[in-house]
Design a binder for this molecule. Sequence first.
Ligand SMILES: [Zn+2]
Length: 256
Amino acid sequence: MKLCTLYLGRMEFLRLQLIACQDETELVTSPTPAFLISHPELGLILYDTGNSPFYGTEYTQFIRETYPVVEFISIEDALAKKGFKPSDVDMIILSHLHFDHAGGLKYFRGTRAIKNVVISEADLKNAYYSIATGNSGAYIKSLFDFEDICFKPISETTQLAPDLTLFLQESHTPGVIGLLLNTQSHGNLILTSDTVYLQESFEKRLPPGGGINKTTDEFFQNLDKIRQMQEEHNATLIYGHDYQQLMDWVLKGWVE
Ligand SMILES: [Zn+2]
């Protein structure tokens, strides 16, 4: 398989939203990534889709003020740079349905990928429940509630191929899909998505400081699970919103 990290722009907001810190005014640059996998058996797989092109109007005031988008690159443009169109994608895996992960789904309407959107069952239920009860938070219904979409929910660890496994994390939301990949050149990789935002979150065991977690218990339980997986598979971790690390991976281009 081959993996390519796509840079879809960035948000800038209080650093404490990503990691507990002393300075409550410090800002952080939070990249919006997606990952493209070209797989010999499964075809072209996209993990996450970035922000909506209509972030200025489609996002709630809360999201616009808390997580401002300062640079936007559409998933369509990022795919085009790699020589692909949305209609070339066979499967979309969403780590979860938050706005900066599901916002690019609209580019896939009318393609086969929109009929094959893998999501955690727990996150899908949480998204609709949150919206229906007036606590939408980082979920926006119009980003994913299409007539023609077909979700493929998973509720347990799912091996799509010997070198590609999806695992579920009960932190950040009730179900965030992480990826365990095996590559020739970089060995095993674990993509955590938003359960672990930064390398520093993992290494210093620092949960987010903002209001995203009800308690920090889920963060620490999940962190222990990730550490166990990392040791078991001797894996490199790729974090959810770590600017420095993601830019390094973007520069690598295709990794086989
Ligand atoms: Zn999120």
